[in-house]
Design a binder for this molecule. Structure first.
Ligand code: CMP
Length: 509
């Protein structure tokens, strides 16, 4: 072999642009993967040592041509190995994640190893070595090593086969025995699992291959979602069909973050426990990290919907021999609750005209109605049954145009009321009212309200004033979104006469 390693030749050979390439790749890696800095810097050093080594072969050539050729070959291999690594890193750690196809580290390792072998064989072949003898020798060597490293190889092959047959993938939520978490990486020997408690668990691949692994939320051809079950108990005096209908309606109507719409949440009567009926509310969770938060939100809605319907979550039934004390206690609770209602009613301007006994009667007739944030309390277009008085929290009044996004009309707070328009005019609900926060309301049914107005027509006038103050805003948005312009109505007088007509009231003398 007569090769000449002049410095000029070296600079003009492929080494020059390969060095530029290696530097460019290293800069990109260091810039975008700063956490693995040391790996990239070491590889870059390795590459530069290779280049420097090749350069030392130049002066050596005149002194000892054979040694120069050897030195040059060795350092060329060093350069090639470093370059293959850098290229592999760039491909697997920058390019693939960029197009959303990140691969586990083990695939990167295998590919880089295969490239080393291909390069090595190509070099040997170029040097005139008989490859078939090498293949035989290395096969025997591999068998010996394999025998000596059974355990390690079990893990390695475990890792490989997990990759190849795609059983578990990076990002999957898995449960292995008692442990549940998200697969962060699949490496040569082990798989890393991050739990919800911020622990990273290292599991040997052979254990994954031998044990039972549940992949959470994965079903062929379906989006990722995991079924959750929440149990609750209700007294057997409430018909199961009613409980199921109330809970299902709440769960289907109200969008709760991370609860899938299909399959829709559903409730089943699960069993009979300690004298109660036990129900199971099932829903599908779309973000597996948010399991407990979403369970909690679902429970809040479940609880509020049952409370509104006057249904209590039951406790285990026990026989307690303290009947008289219980009754006294129940009376105390009732009185305390009435006191709370009266206090609330006194804050509402409209009712300040009422005498003590009228207040008491109104207080008795009110129904407690709690709502969870996001609940739709009244829906535009529905028939009205209730007048709502807010005791705690805030609601948003929205007008929903036929072909446009909902328009916020107003926010109402504790001490204010809503639902009066439809109740008094007999029209459908003029707007949708949604709970902005968790809300506690008292509501009065239409009939009781009618009775109240018959006794106190001046309350109707007060309400007409409130309606007149609310109506312009409503008419304005209605007109903006109406297909045909609407005539603005003559406010207060017209309303009052409609209200009187509806209830058959006569103006006070
Ligand atoms: P109703 O029509 O029965 O149901 C929706 C309720 O939203 C309505 O009664 C009023 O109580 C309330 N509402 C409608 N428009 C407004 C508004 N502009 N400001 C405040 N509340 C309103």
């Amino acid at each position: 072999m007569t090769e000449h390693y002049s410095l000029n030749a070296l600079l003009h050979s492929e080494v020059g642009w390969l060095t530029l390439l290696a530097l460019a790749l290293a800069v990109l890696l260091l810039r975008f993967r700063p956490l693995e800095r040391s790996v990239y810097l070491n590889t870059l050093w390795f590459f530069l040592i290779g280049v420097f080594g090749q350069a030392t072969a130049v002066p050596l050539e005149t002194l000892a041509p054979d040694a120069a050729s050897g030195v040059h070959t060795i350092f060329r291999i060093v350069t090639a190995i470093a370059l293959i690594r850098l290229a592999g890193f760039t491909f697997f750690r920058l390019l693939l994640p960029l197009i959303g196809r990140a691969m586990p580290r083990i695939v990167e390792d295998v590919v880089i190893l295969v490239l080393y072998v291909i390069y090595g064989l190509a070099q040997l072949r170029g040097a005139g070595v008989d490859l078939s003898s090498i293949v035989t020798t290395s096969a025997i060597l591999t068998a010996v090593i394999a025998f000596a490293m059974q355990d390690t190889l079990g893990n390695l092959l475990g890792g490989l086969s997990i990759q190849v047959d795609n059983t578990v993938q990076v990002g999957d939520w898995v449960r292995i025995d008692e442990l549940a978490g998200q697969v962060r990486d699949i490496r040569w020997r082990s798989t890393l699992i991050e739990t919800r408690n911020w622990e990273t668990i290292v599991i040997p691949n052979s254990a994954i291959m031998k044990g039972r692994v549940a992949i959470l939320g994965r079903r062929e051809g379906r989006p990722l979602q995991w079924r959750r079950s929440l149990r609750f108990m209700v007294d057997p005096s409430v018909p199961p069909a009613r409980v199921i209908a109330i809970v299902n309606e709440e769960m289907i109507d109200v969008p709760i973050a991370n609860v899938a719409q299909t399959p829709a949440p559903s409730t089943v009567l699960h069993g009979f426990v300690a004298g109660n009926l036990e129900y199971e509310l099932r829903y599908f969770l779309t973000d597996l990290l948010e399991d407990e938060m979403t369970d909690s939100m679902v429970r809040v809605h479940l609880f509020a919907s049952l409370q509104r319907a006057g249904i209590r979550i039951a406790e285990e039934q026990r026989t307690v021999h303290a009947v008289s004390r219980d009754e006294a206690h129940a009376d105390l609770v009732r009185k305390r609750e009435l006191g709370r209602r009266l206090e609330m009613l006194r804050q509402v301007d409209l009712f300040t005209v009422l005498a003590e006994d009228e207040m008491n009667e109104l207080g008795e007739r009110l129904q407690y109605a709690p709502f969870a944030r996001g609940d739709v309390i009244t829906k535009q277009g529905n028939i009205a049954h209730w007048l709502y008085i807010i005791m705690f929290g805030e609601v948003e009044v929205r007008y929903e145009p036929p072909n446009a996004a909902p328009q916020t009309l107003s926010t109402l707070r504790a001490g204010q009321f809503f639902g009066e328009m439809a109740l008094l005019t007999g029209d459908a609900r003029s707007a949708t009212v949604v709970a902005k926060t968790d809300v506690e309301c008292y509501r009065l049914d239409g009939k009781s309200f009618q009775g109240l107005l018959l006794g106190r027509p001046e309350i109707a006038e007060g309400i007409a004033r409130v309606i007149a103050s609310r109506r312009p805003e409503l008419e304005k948005v209605r007109e903006v979104f109406a297909t045909q312009p609407m005539a603005v109505q003559n406010e207060q007088a017209d309303l009052l006469s409609r209200i009187r007509r509806f209830f058959g009231l006569r103006a006070k003398a």
